[in-house]
Design a protein around this ligand. Sequence first.
Ligand code: FES
Ligand code: FE2
Length: 416
Amino acid sequence: MLTAEQNKFYVEVGADKPMGKLLRRYWIPFAGASEFDAAATKPVRLMGEDLVAYKDLSGVYGLIDRHCCHRRADLSYGYVEACGLRCNYHGWLYDEKGACIGQPYEDLAHPQNNLKDKVRIKAYPVRECAGLLFTYMGPSPVPEFPVWAPFAWKGGFREVVRSEIPCNWFQCQENSIDPVHFEWMHDNWSERLNGGHEYAAKHLQLAFDELEYGFAYRRVREGQEENSPLWTIGRLALWPIGFYLGEHFEWRVPVDDENTLSIAWFYAQAPADVPPYDQKSVPTWESPIKDSNGHWVSSHVINQDIVAWVGQGRIADRSKEFLGASDRGIIMMRRRYVEDYNRIEQGLDPKGVIRDPEVAKCVPLALIGRVTGAGDLTRAQWKTHPFLKTRLIDHRHCFGQPKEVRDEFMRAMGFA
Ligand code: FES
Ligand SMILES: [Fe+2]
């Protein structure tokens, strides 16, 4: 249980709030790179700030204030140039570092004033990696960008899936260190939704560990083999807003105090008897969270999680919660956020920030789950593998995979 005041610490993400300051010390994903194939600009609300992301004609990404410094026009309606984004109202032009590099009338009629040198727009650095766009919204010096090892995997199919969730980010992230929900929310509830009444294997034992880049949970369920990676490795709540499950990542990105961007990155290795897939562009798609009747979608793993998150309320009231032994990981994580905030107040780096470029260029994570797609299984083995065979029917985690993405996935895996 938390007091209302303690709860605020975790949920408020504004730039002047403790958690807002802490989360701004990390590179966070905010979009798929392929979102900029069709339109060069996109309004982005992130950590309570209204911004616009763009890709200019030279292929450079920018993330700047949504509103022009001149008279506040909406820059998401601007147009991109060889360098930068131009406001559609009077043509002021900004580059990705926030410099104003053109003011057509002022430059022509009053060049001696150099007015543009007096103007700077808020700008955050953007880094593209594995089909995702990341930004860093904190103070200098900017930490190294961590290239998680799976981002360098080759020969497979990658996709980015996003959904906007109308609730606070922290209840989403607490789900990343919550092993028992899998049994009830995913296994047993799916069984009921499909008309069955069997109960899945029960959780018998849990362990939680703090690691360099997050917190792991490990589990033993009925019938599980002793050396199962579910117990020997576990799953990683990736610090501070992510979840890593071997062949996919999920991030719970704060849009503001009451909204979260769920953005996930999936990888599937082509089967052993298929030539390695050479992916030209990583698709990004929007997974709907409500059906045509206005009900939450409950058919897919992440959609089920979303039902839990939004069900906790717009901002979960933790003064009314009642934690048990299964919540030990949540308690460990909550403590670490507070300790991390105290660290940054003392001028220190928080957990997991990387300053060494050699370390950052390929950061290994425990490989639970990769066995399911490591490229050593043939197509015939895929068809009988308990997890992989479901991928041949539908996207397992997210509802609404577009047909063109599905077709390309099947082609990449050699099933089309
Ligand atoms: S408001 Fe943007 S150029 Fe005038
Ligand atoms: Fe889940």
